[in-house]
Design a protein around this ligand. Structure first.
Ligand code: ZN
Ligand code: ZN
Length: 365
């Protein structure tokens, strides 16, 4: 879809004008993917504020054919040392690239020294986070990919439950692989991150990695998992009980459920990210479990499974329409079990759009 990439490059060109630079040397591969659609493992992009006619893309010979189809709309250069090749191009044309920004957060000290040597006639300017700033707000193409990734995860979970895949005697690892395979069947390009299946006391460990531990009747079983579609990640957590829930399980499930609801309601354009965290956290605090909610409320999700903004007490900034975030409070009782409920959603003026749709009622399997 070359049009959407051209549109994003146009938005970046405007941002470069605003930041007083003629061009940006883009070296982060995800940023390059965002701006061009290129999915290979080596590339650089010299994006000029004057538009695509002066913008150059560079990759190496392994990607000749792939880059022809993925990046048909830009001048293409082949060079193994992509960033250096484009730095040389800029350095050789000071009239065009007089002030060139670079992604200082993605460049090693060594590369920075190399760049400085090449840039003796043009000003090399640290401009961290410009593409990331654009990536904060998702366009329709991105939201469609996120929606598809979330749908793959929803369907896989429904299939797993329907097939009786969550049952006593099965190992956490076995269930995790089963769930990942089912996501592949529903169009996922691969797991968004290492799938978490945590049973019994393990469910009290927020990011437990699945083991050979077997699921047992009476356990909480916590699933935190996601699919990927076109490089976009989904992220969802659901917690079930094997058999009839005990009173303590109902209690903490209800607290987390209400906290998650409060968090989601607070996800509105203009809301301070720390306030969204506080809205959900206060429900858990009021129930007496403040010490058992040990992490931030949520995070942005997109080409990376964890990206800006951070919905946490320490987070800064406000939400805008089009941002994609997770809301994932939890209560963890060490040695007994824990509950987390997580959705991926998009900030909308009319209230958040939920992308993960699996039921959040306490399911006894
Ligand atoms: Zn998650
Ligand atoms: Zn998450």
């Amino acid at each position: 879809m070359p049009e959407i990439h051209a549109h994003r490059r146009g938005a970046l060109a405007t941002l470069l004008h605003e930041n007083g630079v003629d061009a940006l040397l883009v070296t982060d591969l995800l940023n390059i993917r965002y701006l061009t659609g290129f999915t290979g493992s080596n590339a650089a992009l010299l994006l000029h504020s004057g538009g695509d006619a002066k913008t150059v893309f560079c990759t190496d010979g392994r990607y000749t054919t792939q880059s022809e189809s993925e990046v048909p709309d830009l001048e293409r250069v082949l060079d193994r040392a992509s960033a250096r090749a484009l730095a040389s191009r800029a350095a050789g044309e000071p009239a065009t690239y007089g002030r060139t920004g670079f992604e200082s957060q993605h460049v090693s000290v060594e590369d920075h020294e190399t760049l400085k040597v090449r840039f003796d006639k043009v000003h090399l300017i640290r401009t961290p986070g410009l593409v990331e700033q654009l990536r904060l707000v998702k366009d329709d193409v991105e939201v469609a990919a996120l929606r598809a990734a979330c749908a793959a995860a929803d369907r896989a979970l429904a299939d797993l439950l329907e097939a009786g895949g969550v049952r006593p005697g099965r190992a956490e690892l076995e269930v995790a692989r089963d769930l990942e395979n089912r996501m592949l069947e529903h169009g996922s390009g691969g797991p968004a991150f290492a799938t978490i299946v945590a049973a019994g006391p393990n469910s009290a460990i927020p990011h437990h990695q699945p083991t050979g531990a077997e699921l047992r009747t009476g356990d909480f079983v916590k699933f935190d998992f996601g699919a990927t579609v076109d490089g976009y990640h989904s992220d969802m957590t659901r917690t079930f009980v094997l058999g009839a829930p005990a009173d303590w399980q109902w209690e903490i499930y209800d607290v987390v459920y209400r906290a998650q609801e409060a968090g989601i309601e607070a996800v509105l354009p203009g809301a301070e990210v720390s306030e969204v965290d506080a809205e959900a956290r206060s429900v858990i605090d009021d129930a007496g479990y403040a010490e058992q909610f040990t992490h931030g409320l949520g995070h942005g999700v997109g080409l990376e499974v964890h990206e800006a903004p951070s919905l946490a007490a320490t987070g800064v900034g406000t939400l805008s329409a089009g941002m994609a975030v997770t809301v994932e409070p939890g209560v963890y009782l060490a040695g007994r079990g824990g509950v987390r409920i997580e959705d991926t959603l998009v900030v909308r003026d009319s209230g958040p759009e939920l992308l993960t749709l699996s039921t959040k009622d306490l399911v006894a399997v």
